[in-house]
Design a protein around this ligand. Structure first.
Ligand code: NAD
Ligand code: UDP
Length: 337
């Protein structure tokens, strides 16, 4: 965390103060992506106001930010109306929603309501403040896609009553609210993203495999491991969100933000085991219902509108993420110097 503060201070001296005098609200700012976003906005000179109910977020993710003097936190559930007395926001980022299947399925009604009422409440606030608004949407709006890779024009293949629907349909409904709101909205369809500050018990595949490999536990592949995902490193993702929010271009509709490099889950397991020098063995478990078989973003829209494309390849991203989890789970050989 010390390093985080130093990084913010150092970076603040170097960059033009893009955000000076501007206030950004980051709902879900204590979570994995939200905390990286807060850090980036602080480095750019913004005052950052974080709203989070700490469901899957952690105070440790944001505790270093107070020392900047430009960070405020309010424990708040966005399903409820925003309380009075908040500052006026120039930008609102809605990152608030559990993202791991394990977490978003734990209380499905709550997940759906977070997407519905939470988005409505934040859009209302953005409208009142005449703020720009960015919605963290997801590749899950494509469901188990019949079109590959997925472009923004594909309307998706989602089961409306399955175990994932609280999230998939919730996020689809949130996109509808955004498009009909009359607010200056940007919608990022985020594809699987990984990196430091994911929870140890997050349940998503990258963190599961790394933590299992470091602890020498069985690596749990769901199904035969032939299903694919395309993994984006967190720094690239944050660059994409910032570029989308700040673009002066006319941006119509959602934009895919992700890394188009596709890999089978079984191959990911082998890479993680090798990189962590682990003796873990692979075990196969049942594949979850409605688990998408293939997923890869077509990012031509993001590239042509924003000039954005990911820079960090999977091996480098995994190296940094393994080093992070090694320090978290106390695996001495891999703790970074
Ligand atoms: P995360 O679970 O780490 O972070 C979500 C944050 O939102 C947490 O801090 C949590 O406490 C907070 N939150 C949840 N419900 C809330 C509520 N009702 N009120 C206030 N705060 C609430 O997940 P993440 O990976 O950082 O994802 C952030 C956003 O990005 C989510 O909206 C998610 O749907 C989206 N997204 C993430 C990915 C990914 O791969 N990480 C992929 C697609 C979309
Ligand atoms: N997965 C797996 N083992 C795990 C966790 C996940 O094989 O321990 C698989 C899961 O079935 C899916 C893929 O990895 O096919 C990505 O799962 P994750 O939960 O990370 O993201 P999502 O399914 O939401 O894309």
């Amino acid at each position: 965390m010390r390093e985080t503060v130093n990084t913010i201070v150092r970076t603040k001296r170097q960059v033009r103060q893009i955000g000076a005098g501007r206030t950004a609200c980051v709902a879900g700012g204590a979570g994995f992506l939200g905390s990286h976003l807060c850090e980036r906005l602080l480095a750019d000179g913004y005052d950052v106001f974080c709203l989070d109910n700490l469901h899957t977020g952690r105070i440790e993710n944001i505790s270093a930010f107070w020392q900047t003097g430009h960070f405020q936190f309010l424990e708040h559930d966005i399903i409820d109306c925003l309380p009075p007395g908040l500052p006026r926001f120039d930008e609102v980022y809605n990152m608030a929603c559990p993202a791991s299947p394990v977490h978003y399925q734990a209380d499905r009604m709550r997940t759906a309501l977070t997407c519905a009422w939470g988005t409505m409440n934040l859009l209302d606030r953005a409208k009142a403040d005449r703020a720009k608004y960015l919605q963290a949407s997801t590749s899950e709006v494509y469901g188990d896609p019949e079109v590959h890779p997925q472009r923004e024009t594909y309307v998706g293949h989602v089961n409306p009553i399955g175990p994932r629907s609280c999230y998939d349909e919730g996020k689809r409904f949130a996109e509808t609210l955004c498009m009909d709101s009359g607010v200056r909205v940007r919608i990022a369809r985020i594809f699987n993203t990984y990196g430091p500050r994911m929870l140890e018990n997050d349940g998503r595949v990258v963190s599961n495999f790394i933590v299992q490999a470091l602890r020498g536990e069985d690596i749990t592949i769901y199904g035969d491991g032939r299903q694919t995902r395309s993994f984006c490193y967190v720094d690239d993702l944050i660059d994409g969100l910032i570029a989308l929010m700040r673009s002066e271009q006319q941006v119509e509709g959602p934009v895919n933000i992700g890394n188009p490099s596709e890999i089978e889950v079984g191959e990911l397991a082998s890479i993680v085991v090798a990189m962590a020098s682990s003796r873990s063995r692979v075990v196969h478990m049942p594949r979850p219902i409605d688990d998408p078989m293939r997923r890869r973003p077509d990012i031509s829209k993001a590239y042509s509108l924003l000039g954005w494309a990911p820079q960090v390849d999977l091996l480098h991203g995994l190296e940094r993420t393994i080093a992070y989890f090694a320090s978290v789970v106390g695996h001495s050989r891999l703790v970074p110097a």
